[in-house]
Design a protein around this ligand. Structure first.
Ligand code: M6R
Length: 608
């Protein structure tokens, strides 16, 4: 969850590292630091706080160097303060380490190092790595690192350098991601591709159990047993412009606005309206195995889990294909009965969520084919799954997932259509009806975005409420969950998503004039039932905001309306989630919250 950056090349290291940290800040933002080497001397700068605080300190006390490492932290071991901020050092201050993840056996290691006379400056688990390298160093940094990785337990990625073996940066991966960027005469190391994109699109993804050596004479790769590994350079199709705000106040707002285009890109080339077919070339090689599957087991966390819940309904209603959806963090610890006839679908924006990866690894050789629905080419999930369906959302920087959620449901819709087609459970007319309407979704989303002002006005009216209930049924229930998640994660307002029919079993006790209810009520098969829920709320003096494509049918029963265009009932989540994202955004912005970097969160959760 922390961000690592390393640079070796002719540019100002400080400038490259700080700019890189700015791009990585969404991974963690409670403290930050850099170490740069100049004239055989290490210069360190660390602060509690954000990258802007680091920049301010660097302005007062400038440092620069020929190469260096940087880090932005999401604290696990040791409070977020300057002392615990990375980079960390050995006793002599000649070895520098930045780290992401957890060294689970650090207490035992630290005890042994203390007994050998090492002294520790911090409360972190990371510091043991620097001292272990010091203890194992005999002239060559990578040789010391090869010995040290044998001693470490846990899930970690780290980078190190030393003035005792200069002009060299070592990267190690055993869990969280680490990527090498290659340009003419310069090398980069980073926790994800975003900071590298400013300089090069040529990257190498380290696999688990690999060590990268970036040196002025070139690149080398080893596995943890010391064997040389040949790696392939990949060319990314993301551009640096994609990670700029481009006039928007926040990345989240920009990413909400990108959704029509994201849907266009994600479905592009997949719909053949002439033949009524869905074409997903990545499934072709495994088509027979997929057809033989009897149910889908969908695994995901957070927003991706909500997309999975929508996927379940799409599979049932479009393909008559049974599906269950599981929180990866729970699933991995259950004794699940899974068979080779189960199609496993792992959904993850980042492809690096530790719980999702662990759940998928636990299923290998037990379940059937594994499909990854993921936004990041080269991510761990993509490399470990048998089949990948990429969401074409481009990099998502805001910590709150928005455009990747819509892209995930677009892919799930395509997959449901494909399964219905493959299993012959979907009549052609029904397929065509959905496909035609799916094509119109981007335009309908644009209609909603054009009403931004009225959503903003409504959000401001409700910004002072401390609690919200979000209700939906059937395919709108996951949307209610997602709307509530968006509000709580960026505005810190308590919001509960609930299935409308369950309200009478408990949450109705909460309803009063201080607890507004956001009701997601498109005109679908469950509309009449949701109307009864509205009556129940009104009878208890509850305030209602209705998100609907059928305002005329709601009459006086609701206090405020969020109108949306109509669409096919199975595609309403594309349209209902959008106003909820904007509603949460405008409330959080009104309250002055740090929308793109909400407290306590990180974009990709690479620890358990
Ligand atoms: O990268 P993933 O999709 O696997 O991430 C899963 C969750 O951590 C993520 O959706 C999280 O809930 C977001 N903060 C939601 O906005």
């Amino acid at each position: 969850m922390c961000g690592i950056i390393g640079y070796l090349g002719p540019k100002s290291s400080t400038a490259v590292l700080v700019e890189g940290l700015r791009k990585l800040e969404y991974r963690g933002y409670d403290s930050a630091g850099i170490a740069v080497v100049s004239g055989g001397k290490i210069n360190l700068c660390r602060v509690k706080g954000k990258i802007k605080d680091l920049e301010a300190l660097l302005k007062k006390n400038p440092i620069d160097g020929d190469y260096g490492l940087g880090h932005t932290r999401w604290a696990t071991h040791g409070r977020p303060n300057e002392i615990n901020a990375h980079p960390h050092q050995d006793c002599q201050g000649k070895i520098i380490v930045v780290h992401n993840g957890i060294i689970e056996n650090y207490i035992i290691l630290k005890q042994k190092l203390l007994e050998k006379g090492h002294f520790f400056r911090t409360e972190t688990d990371t510091e043991v790595i620097a001292h272990l390298i010091e203890e194992n160093f005999s002239g060559c940094l990578e040789e010391a690192v090869k010995r040290v990785v044998q001693l470490l337990e846990g899930s970690f990625a780290f980078a190190c350098l030393s003035t005792l073996d200069p002009e060299k940066i070592i990267g190690v991966r055993s869990g969280p991601p680490l990527i090498v960027g290659v340009n003419d005469k310069e090398f980069f190391l980073a926790s994800d591709v975003v900071p590298i994109l400013d300089h090069t699109r040529r990257v190498i993804f380290l696999d688990d159990g690999e060590i990268a050596v970036l040196a002025s004479e070139g690149l080398k790769f080893f596995d943890f047993s010391g064997q040389t590994v040949n790696k392939t350079i990949m060319e990314l199709n993301w551009s640096p412009l994609m990670v700029e705000k481009r006039g928007f106040k926040h990345f989240m707002l920009k990413e909400i606005y990108e959704q029509p285009q994201v849907i266009r890109e994600t479905i592009s080339g997949a719909l053949s309206l002439d033949t009524g077919e869905v074409i997903l070339p990545n499934l072709a090689a495994s088509a027979e195995r997929l057809k033989a599957c009897r149910q889908a087991v969908i695994i995901a966390c957070g927003t991706s889990y909500h997309a999975g819940l929508i996927g379940q309904i799409l599979f049932e209603s479009i393909a008559a294909f049974p599906a269950k959806v599981e929180y990866a963090s729970e699933f991995r610890y259950r004794d699940c009965l899974i068979s080779p006839e189960d199609l496993v679908i792992a959904i993850s924006q980042s492809g690096e969520t530790a719980d999702t990866l662990a759940a998928v690894r636990g299923l290998k050789d037990k379940g059937g084919p594994i499909i990854a629905i993921c936004n990041v080419l080269g991510s761990t999930l993509v490399r470990e799954a048998e089949i990948t369906l990429l969401t074409q959302a481009g990099p998502e920087v805001g910590v709150a997932a928005t455009k990747t959620f819509s892209a995930q449901i677009a892919v799930l819709t395509l997959l449901a259509l494909w399964l219905g087609q493959a299993k012959r459970s979907l009549p052609k007319e029904k397929a065509l009806e959905i496909m035609l309407e799916l094509q119109r979704i981007p335009h309908r989303m644009e209609e909603i975005l054009n009403c931004q002002d009225s959503i903003e006005t409504l959000a401001h009216r409700f910004a002072s409420y401390a609690h919200f209930l979000y209700l939906g049924r059937w395919i709108s229930f996951p949307v209610a969950l997602e709307g509530a998640l968006k509000l709580k994660e960026i505005s810190y307002i308590h919001a509960e998503g609930y299935a409308g029919g369950e309200m009478k079993h408990g949450p109705i006790a909460l309803i009063d004039e201080k607890m507004p209810t956001m009701v997601v009520i498109p005109k679908d098969r469950i509309f009449e039932k949701m109307l009864s829920n509205l009556h129940e709320i009104k009878a208890r003096d509850g305030l209602i905001i209705a998100l609907t494509d059928s305002p005329a049918d709601l009459g006086q029963q609701v206090d405020y309306l969020l109108p949306i265009p109509s669409t096919h009932p199975l595609l309403t989540p594309f349209l209902t989630v959008l106003p909820l994202q904007l509603f949460a955004y405008f409330i959080a912005n009104r309250l002055g919250a740090d929308v793109d970097q909400p407290r306590n969160l990180a974009k990709s959760v690479t620890v358990e």
